[in-house]
Design a protein around this ligand. Structure first.
Ligand SMILES: Cc1cc2nc3c(=O)[nH]c(=O)nc-3n(C[C@H](O)[C@H](O)[C@H](O)COP(=O)(O)OP(=O)(O)OC[C@H]3O[C@@H](n4cnc5c(N)ncnc54)[C@H](O)[C@@H]3O)c2cc1C
Length: 258
C-alpha cells in the first residue's frame, strides 16, 4: 500500500493551547486547536515558530511530530504534540511555558516519514523518548487501522520506568506488541532490560526480517545502531523509514536511552 492521500502544501496556522498533560517529569502532551483545518498524514510534523529566540531576537523554528491521529482534525481542528523539555532549549522551554488559552504559530504539515506499509507485511516501530509521537499518530490512524499489517510492534526505549508513558493507550491497541525496554531500570522492573538494539538482537529469530517494515524515530545514535542491525539482517533499504529528532553533540548527555 502506498499512502492513501496525496501530500498537501503546508499552511500557516495559529494553534491555541486547550490543555496540557504531564506524561513524565520532563515530557508533556499539548492539546491544541488550530485556527484553520489542515490535512496531514500520520507521521508528519508541524514547524513551530519560537518567537524572538534566535540570534538578534529573530524567530526560530522547531519541528514537532503530530502525536494524534488525522481523524481528530477535520471535525474540531484539534491535534496533539508530545514534547520533551530540554534544559536550556529555546523551543521546548517556550512550549513548556505556554499557558492554556495562549496560541503558537506554525506551518503544517511537513515530512515524508509517513505510514506506508502494506497489509501483507509486518511492521516494527522503534522509538526512544518522544520518538513515539509519530507512532501514536500512526497506530491511531484510519490508514493503519483499515490496512492492518500482518503484525505490529512498538519497541519503546527509555532509561528507567519513570521515563515511560502511553502504555495505557498502546497496550489496548497492540497488546504484547507494545514492548518497553529500559536501559537502566531501577526497582522491580520485570520487563526487558537493555536498549531497543539489545531487544532486536536477542529476539532476532522471532523477526521476519525480509517481510517487515521498520520505522525508526528519536535519538540519531539509536537510529544508526538499529540500521546496522537491519543491514546485518539484509533488510532492504526500502523497508527502513527514519526520522532523526536530534544528534547528541560531543559533551552533551541528553540521550533518551543510554
Ligand atoms: C522532524 C522532527 C520532528 C520532531 N518531533 C519532536 C517531537 O514530537 N517531540 C520532541 O520532543 N522533539 C521533537 N523533535 C525535536 C525538536 O525539533 C527539538 O529539536 C527539540 O525539542 C529541542 O528543541 P530546543 O529548542 O528546546 O532545544 P535545542 O537548543 O534545539 O536542543 C538542545 C540539545 O538538546 C538535545 N535534544 C534535542 N531534542 C532532544 C530530545 N527529544 N531528547 C533529548 N535531547 C534532545 C540535542 O542534543 C540538542 O543539541 C523533532 C525533530 C525533528 C527534526
Amino acid at each position: 500500500m502506498e499512502t492513501t492521500k496525496e501530500k498537501v502544501k503546508p499552511i500557516v496556522v495559529d494553534a491555541k493551547l486547550l490543555s496540557r498533560k504531564q506524561l513524565t517529569a520532563d515530557v508533556f502532551e499539548m492539546k491544541l486547536e488550530s485556527s484553520l483545518p489542515f490535512t496531514f498524514l500520520p507521521g508528519q510534523f508541524i514547524s513551530v515558530v519560537v518567537p524572538g529566540a534566535g540570534p538578534g531576537g529573530r524567530d526560530l523554528r522547531r519541528a514537532y511530530s503530530i502525536a494524534s491521529s488525522p481523524e481528530l482534525m477535520p471535525s474540531d481542528n484539534v491535534f496533539e504534540l508530545c514534547v520533551k523539555l530540554v534544559e536550556g532549549g529555546p523551543g521546548t522551554n517556550y512550549l513548556n511555558n505556554m499557558k492554556v488559552g495562549e496560541s503558537l504559530k506554525g506551518s503544517v504539515p511537513f515530512g515524508d516519514f509517513v505510514y506506508k506499509t502494506s497489509s501483507s507485511k509486518h511492521v516494527i516501530f522503534i522509538a526512544t523518548g518522544t520518538g513515539i509521537a509519530p507512532f501514536r499518530s500512526m497506530v491511531l490512524s484510519k490508514v493503519f487501522n483499515e490496512n492492518k499489517p500482518l503484525s505490529a510492534k512498538i519497541l519503546f526505549g527509555a532509561r528507567d520506568a519513570n521515563d515511560l508513558f502511553y502504555a495505557d493507550e498502546m497496550v489496548p491497541l497492540l497488546g504484547n506488541g507494545f514492548v518497553e525496554t529500559l536501559s537502566r531500570p531501577t526497582g522491580n522492573w520485570s520487563g526487558f532490560k537493555g536498549r531497543v538494539t539489545d531487544w532486536l538482537r536477542q529476539n532476532s529469530n522471532a523477526i521476519d526480517w525480509k517481510n517487515t517494515d521498520f520505522y525508526l524515530c528519536g535519538n540519531g545514535a539509536m537510529i544508526d545502531e538499529v540500521k546496522q542491525i537491519l543491514t546485518t539482517n539484509e533488510v532492504d533499504k526500502s523497508a527502513i523509514h527514519q526520522e532523526v529528532y536530534y544528534k547528541v553533540k560531543p559533551g552533551e548527555t541528553h540521550t533518551s536511552q543510554d
